[in-house]
Design a protein around this ligand. Structure first.
Ligand SMILES: NC(=O)c1ccc[n+]([C@@H]2O[C@H](COP(=O)([O-])OP(=O)(O)OC[C@H]3O[C@@H](n4cnc5c(N)ncnc54)[C@H](O)[C@@H]3O)[C@@H](O)[C@H]2O)c1
Length: 319
């Protein structure tokens, strides 16, 4: 019995020692070199901007399989990386002495349902590649998950951090797989795996007006990601946390927008995505993130509407 306890204690100790210690002080002295996969999507470009401002332009390498615009190339380092090519990924990690890997490559829910076998390859095989690499080179690895990692058997209002998941989309299934694999590698090998479940980021008019979903502005999502990556390991009770800012329905969003756009009219055309949304959480309980590492959202529905209108106006003026 004692021997078993001793073995257990030494396993725990060596596991704790093998976790790379990135204190906030250490990060200030030598900012991390960060690789973002799937970086030319909705989150990646904004994320690179955010982290380059914080750690320096050349500290963040954006990568994807898409040909970049001139603007992307002039903003900072960009490389071709196919998530299915282990050796290619490995070369970049070694050549550029990567410390943190932010893994955004994925096929999302609607596209994934249209091409399940490709979603399995990109979302599941791709995850296998990055997690092995992170283990081999002791990288801190961030993998976003989603409210889509829950399903019709999950409690929906509110959805706690730990509960029944059982999603019914390949996207959701691949995200549960990523969460569990990451936790397993953390407990087995001491991998510094971190995962936030983000709510939706944009307005979806292909839903019924009364469909309630958790939401957050991308600026809050990126701040959550960046703050979460700097939390000392000893504060993290979990490797996977729900985060959110608010919950609203398309109708409530339209009401909030009509304060600024009184002439706004919306038509609702629910399609197959309604069924997916009906299986997702309505209210996301992120109290554990608030408790463990002080997560606080800054932007509520009114701020979101103001920012959205400002951004659309700027885009129209530029064009
Ligand atoms: N946007 C959201 O509201 C939201 C919410 C929750 C979670 N997430 C997660 O955040 C991550 C990024 O989301 P997003 O909205 O930017 O997605 P996105 O679809 O806009 O971008 C995904 C990127 O992955 C790339 N990709 C596809 N196949 C690849 C391959 N073989 N190799 C390398 N890259 C490949 C695509 O080219 C694309 O640029 C995803 O993992 C997603 O699940 C996003």
């Amino acid at each position: 019995m004692m021997l078993r306890n001793l073995v257990r204690t030494s396993v725990k100790l060596s596991f704790q020692l093998s976790l790379r210690a990135y204190s906030v002080e250490a990060i200030k002295k030598r900012p991390p070199k960060i690789l973002i996969t799937g970086g030319l999507g909705q989150l990646g470009v904004e994320c690179a901007k955010y982290l380059r401002e914080k750690y320096g332009r050349n500290q963040v390498i954006l990568s994807d399989i898409i040909k970049p615009t001139e603007e992307i190339v002039s903003d900072g380092p960009y490389m071709f990386v196919d998530i299915l090519d282990f050796k290619g990924l490995q070369k970049i990690v070694v050549d550029h002495r990567v410390d943190w890997l932010i893994h955004f490559s994925a096929l999302l829910s609607a596209i994934g349902e249209q091409n399940v076998s490709l979603a399995v390859r990109v979302n599941i095989e791709g995850m296998h590649n990055v997690i092995e690499l992170a283990k081999q080179y002791k990288l801190r690895i961030f993998v976003p998950s989603t409210i889509g990692a829950f399903g019709p058997d999950s409690p929906r209002n509110p959805t706690p951090n730990v509960t029944i998941q059982r999603p019914r989309t390949i996207y959701g299934v691949s995200k549960v797989h990523a969460e569990l694999l990451g936790e397993y590698y953390h407990y087995k090998f001491g991998l510094d795996f971190r995962c936030l479940r983000f709510p939706g980021g944009n307005y979806q008019c292909y839903l019924k007006p009364e469909t309630r979903l958790p939401m957050m502005h991308v600026r809050d999502a990126l701040r959550a990601l960046s703050e979460f990556l700097e939390v000392p390991n000893e504060k993290l009770i979990r490797r996977v946390y729900n985060v959110t800012a608010m919950s609203f329905t398309p109708e409530e969003l339209a009401d909030a927008m009509s304060k600024y756009l009184p002439e706004l009219r919306i038509s609702y055309q629910p399609d197959s995505r309604q069924d997916i949304a009906d299986s997702w959480p309505q209210v996301f309980d992120d109290s554990e993130a608030r408790r463990d590492w002080d997560w606080r959202h800054e932007l509520d529905l009114d701020d979101l509407v103001k920012l959205m209108l400002k951004e659309v106006k700027e885009k129209i003026i530029v064009k």
